[in-house]
Design a protein around this ligand. Structure first.
Ligand SMILES: N[C@@H](CCC(=O)N[C@@H](CS)C(=O)NCC(=O)O)C(=O)O
Length: 346
């Protein structure tokens, strides 16, 4: 598959998935052209059909019949790998590739709860985001328009906190998970530069995307990151541009040779993400619009998402596709972490 470069995309500075993909494009040395703005407007201007749901970032790929607008960073990463194979972010070793996929999924679907919660739940952060996001849409916005947009954005996003399950009951659970996640990162980065060795995988870019906001945009999670994991703060700056990193095949560290610290990260996935994914998938199956479960000893209620049930099904498909030897390597790492329970779907 070829693609005329630069690769075009539309996104926003305050969007973690936009930052995930920009850093990935830089690392992969794929030339790109980003338009900061709303994909709907860009699609309208180009006469391109809008993707549904409309999400940031939106890529504009040249296909046989012209430009096509495409969303969802995880499959887009795989599409880019088919276009250009060098400087891959997908480990060749299937067991390692599975763990990389798990980390990317956790970053995209759970760490984004940290991001959205801290952005809009604490007053100081909501005020910061309300002020800055309208300027991220238009830096020259006149004051009156800014005031109006600030109010509109803040009201809209605060009213959507329930979507990620952020409320008074779950706030301490999200906070405790974020701190444990950072502690695991601190420990792990003391051993190696990236999650699975000395070259970044798709999972690193997923985590990076969320952390650009947590460390770089929102004051409360930034202060926590500086307190709990200064290595993560420095890592975010490095991940931003890895264009000069020269990866070698042996830079992926086999699962059996990974430092013990990788397990801490797996443990956090098993502790919070696995029960959430299972409860959500059950709710999708039962046709329930919301679900409730116990996560980390507290009551958790949130809206049901069919997309996240698909994520769980994909993870299970990948797990089942592993050879016996590779599955045994994955099982050895995950044993006792709680992740196992999300890998037993028929
Ligand atoms: N799974 C998608 C998620 C993208 C996503 O949720 N983007 C957010 C912004 S960071 C969005 O566009 N949300 C819709 C909205 O804000 O209306 C991906 O990986 O690209």
């Amino acid at each position: 598959m070829t693609q005329q470069q630069p690769i075009r995309l539309v996104g926003d500075t305050g969007s973690p998935y936009t930052q995930k993909m920009l850093a990935l494009l830089r690392y992969r040395r794929l030339s790109y052209a980003i338009t900061w703005g709303q994909p709907e407007q860009v699609c309208d201007a180009l006469g391109v059909e809008k993707p549904r749901p409309g999400l940031l970032p939106t890529f504009l790929f040249e296909e046989e019949n012209g430009l096509r607008a495409v969303t969802d960073s995880t499959p887009i990463i795989r599409r880019l790998e088919k276009m250009v194979s060098s400087r891959s972010v997908l480990p060749d070793d299937p067991a390692l590739a599975f763990i990389d996929y798990l980390i990317e999924d956790f970053a995209d679907e759970w760490c984004t709860k940290y991001m959205f919660h801290y952005r809009w739940y604490p007053k100081v952060d909501a005020d910061n985001a309300g002020t800055l996001l309208p300027y991220s849409f238009d830096v020259s916005l006149p004051k009156d328009a800014h005031d109006q947009l600030k109010q509109w954005v803040a009201e809209r996003q605060i009213s959507r906190l329930y979507v990620v399950g952020s409320n008074d009951t779950t706030a301490p659970v999200i906070d405790a998970s974020y701190r444990r996640f950072l502690a695991a990162m601190e420990n792990h980065l003391a051993h190696q530069k990236f999650m699975l060795g000395n070259r970044p995988g798709a999972g690193d870019f997923g985590l990076y995307g969320q952390l650009t906001q947590l460390v770089g945009f929102d004051p409360t999670p930034r202060a926590i990151a500086h307190e709990v994991s200064p290595r993560t703060v420095a890592w975010v700056d490095h991940m931003d541009d890895q264009s000069g990193h020269e990866p070698k095949a042996q830079d992926w560290v086999k699962l059996g040779d990974q430092p013990e610290s990788l397990r801490d990260l797996m443990q956090e996935i098993g502790r919070v993400y696995a029960p959430a994914q299972l409860a959500n998938a059950q709710a999708v199956q039962a046709g329930d619009k919301t679900w409730e479960s116990e996560i980390d000893g507290a009551r958790w209620t949130q809206q049901t998402f069919s997309y996240q049930a698909k994520c769980l099904a994909w993870t299970n498909e990948r797990y089942r596709a592993l050879s016996d030897v590779d599955r045994a390597a994955v099982d050895k790492l995950l044993q006792g972490t709680g992740v196992e329970m999300m890998l037993s779907l028929a």
